[in-house]
Design a protein around this ligand. Structure first.
Ligand SMILES: [Zn+2]
Length: 115
């Protein structure tokens, strides 16, 4: 099943729970928590729509290898890491200027052989 379907199922289950068990306690911590979960699921769904790309503010620590999207770079999508001075570099040492988005490297395919 696609990630999007999993998220939509979780969202539907949460929303259904809300409908089945209406609550009118003011500032109920359970309801506040559940609404927060719904918002987080919506964010995850939005990220799915965008191919999982995130803006650079959330890019991980220097040294972590990620996928970058850099419109000015010839191949545009490239595997890269950030050095301590904040510059981004491909695995072959090319400087990637002005990346606008990043995402974690994907997991290997489920059926991937070990070697
Ligand atoms: Zn409640």
């Amino acid at each position: 099943m696609e990630m999007r379907e999993h998220l939509e199922n979780i969202r539907a289950a949460c929303a259904e729970h809300f409908q089945l068990y209406p609550c009118d306690r003011p500032n109920c911590p359970d309801c506040v928590g559940e609404r927060r979960v719904l918002r987080l699921i919506d964010k995850a769904l939005a990220a799915c729509d965008d191919g999982g790309w995130r803006t650079m503010e959330s890019a991980p620590e220097p040294g972590t290898v990620v996928l970058l999207y850099a419109p000015s770079y010839a191949r545009r999508v490239v595997e890269a890491h950030r050095s301590i001075n904040g510059k981004w570099w491909t695995m072959t040492g090319h400087h990637v200027k002005f990346p606008t988005h990043w995402q974690p490297l994907p997991m290997p395919p489920k059926e991937a052989p070990d070697a």
